[in-house]
Design a protein around this ligand. Structure first.
Ligand code: ZN
Length: 158
């Protein structure tokens, strides 16, 4: 059976919200891809409804690309407690956490969901800007830690 990094994480002892490195891949030809776990909610206590998760995905796909050079992908976790982010090269956790903080701040200012049409999206009817803002606000008010096991290590936002 292949080893899946996220299956080795003890989800009962993490302290969300946090950002952590979930893996680094080197292809041996000079290419490096890093994966991050952007955990919004405490696992097995709550989950983001699909409308909010989907709307956050649309916003983060734009705002995090503006903040992070080499971003490859940001996608929701199946458990709906956060997102995975893949990026070229290695980056400090604090940089990704700060970028997420800024992106969530921008979500609070939005009035229209981007690319929410049948042509641009696979389920354009399933969006909730209201709910996306509520979860963004919740993560910002709790603070984003750079240590998944110690929520006192919050990033200091400017
Ligand atoms: Zn969509």
């Amino acid at each position: 059976m292949p080893k899946v990094e996220s299956f080795t994480l003890d989800h009962t002892i993490v302290q969300a919200p946090y950002v952590r490195v979930a893996g680094v891949e080197h292809n041996g030809k000079g290419a490096t891809v890093q994966k991050f776990d952007l955990r919004f909610l405490q696992p097995n206590t709550d989950s983001i409804p699909t409308g909010a998760l989907h709307t956050l995905e649309h916003y983060l796909s734009i705002f995090l690309r503006e903040e992070i050079d080499g971003l490859i992908d940001i996608s929701p976790m199946g458990c709906r407690t956060g997102f995975y982010l893949a990026v070229w090269e290695e980056h400090p956790v604090s940089k990704i956490a700060l970028a997420l903080h800024h992106a969530l701040q921008r979500v609070l200012e939005q009035t229209e969901v981007p690319a929410a049409t049948a042509k641009e999206c696979g389920n354009y009817k399933d969006h909730s800007l209201f709910s996306a803002k509520e979860y963004a606000r919740q993560v910002l008010s709790q603070g984003i830690s750079t240590d998944p096991f110690d929520h006192s290590r919050l990033i200091q936002a400017d």
